[in-house]
Design a protein around this ligand. Structure first.
Ligand code: KG4
Ligand code: ZN
Length: 310
């Protein structure tokens, strides 16, 4: 009905999210953005039947703002409260739109700024991480490499758009993790060394080759993600797959995943607005919890780190 996002551009000067700025901005904006959302959806406050909020994982200061707001509203309106794990919300965001025959069990490739995981989803109550990154997340790799290339934070979508005019002309090393795990920190260092070495001979190396470097970096990250996802499909004998989290907005990843349809896979790629962090996926998870009558306690406290396994 309404999915409003207030993007905090304040952080781009600092090459990363500044927790104190993030929580202060949350505090400043939370009332007006919720009012705006109610107005847009033409729903009156008194007609709300529940309130869902992100309990974590994430930045504690911002989570505390959201949790206090949600608890206050739930008590004031006397409606149930639903505490949502934001990673689970990404995984279930694949079910927001009931298109195609996408259903349980499925494998979700969850790729965000803080997480890179392959999640086996057998039912609403059976969600298990089967592969994870040992160091940096895929989004983090995009963002850190973007900084090396002199691009603003967050750099994922900038690398994506610059790649469009490039070709795969540089070869970067692929990590070799056992099982279904990932590693991206080696790539980040490899690109840093590659840039430094080339700049010794040509100060303008990055500027002269930016599109091709972006293409080659994006290519290797997407290849590593798809390889592990296919391994997981093989291991669990599942051909229903989806991608979620901010990096699932990446056009090359979306194309490569869609290509798998020709190999008999049932593929779900969420709309762009459901890829990066958004309120709709939190509300949808609240809707699922309401359906299964899983209410949360007002004594739940936000958490900064936690994995999905239940
Ligand atoms: O899920 P998300 O919005 O927030 C977290 O929970 O982390 O993901 C943000 C991440 C950032 O690292 C950003 O660079 C990346 O998603 N991202 C992209 C693209 N759009 C956003 N990475 C690659 N290509 C994109 N088009
Ligand atoms: Zn997220």
């Amino acid at each position: 009905m309404s999915n409003c996002v207030y993007s905090q551009v304040e952080h781009s000067n600092y090459n990363g999210v500044v927790p104190e700025i993030a929580s202060r901005t949350h505090l400043k904006k939370i009332t007006s953005i919720c009012d705006y959302s109610l107005k847009e959806s033409k729903v009156k406050r008194k007609n709300l039947t529940g309130i869902a909020y992100s309990q974590g994982p994430g930045l504690l200061g911002s989570l505390i703002v959201g949790s206090c707001f949600a608890k206050g509203l739930s008590l004031a309106l006397n409606i149930p409260l639903y505490s949502i794990n934001h990673l689970e919300a990404h995984v279930f965001s694949l079910l927001i739109e009931k298109e195609n025959n996408f259903k349980f069990p499925y494998l979700a490739l969850l790729v965000s700024g803080g997480h890179t995981q392959i999640v086996l989803v057998k039912s609403f109550n059976d969600v298990k991480i089967v592969g994870t990154t040992r160091d940096d997340a895929a989004g983090e790799a995009f963002d850190k490499i973007a900084i090396t290339l002199g691009l603003d934070y967050p750099g994922g979508h900038k690398i994506d758009s610059l790649s469009k005019g490039g070709i795969n002309s540089f070869v970067f090393p692929k990590s070799n993790m056992p099982n279904l795990d990932f590693s991206f920190s080696g790539l980040k260092t490899a690109v840093l060394n590659f840039v430094k070495n080339n700049q010794k001979n040509n100060q303008n190396f990055v500027e002269n080759n930016l599109k091709n470097i972006c293409y080659s970096v994006q290519n290797i990250i997407v290849e590593m993600l798809i390889e592990k996802l296919l391994l997981a499909c093989n291991k669990y004998n599942i051909k229903t797959i989806g991608i979620c989290g901010g990096v699932s907005a990446n056009s090359y990843l979306r194309k490569k995943i869609l290509d798998l349809k020709t190999k008999g896979f049932i593929v779900n790629i969420p709309k762009f607005e459901y890829c990066t962090d958004n309120g709709a996926m939190i509300a949808f998870n609240g809707f699922l919890k309401a359906k299964y009558n899983i209410k949360s306690s007002h004594f739940d406290i936000p958490f900064s780190k936690q994995f999905i396994n239940r």
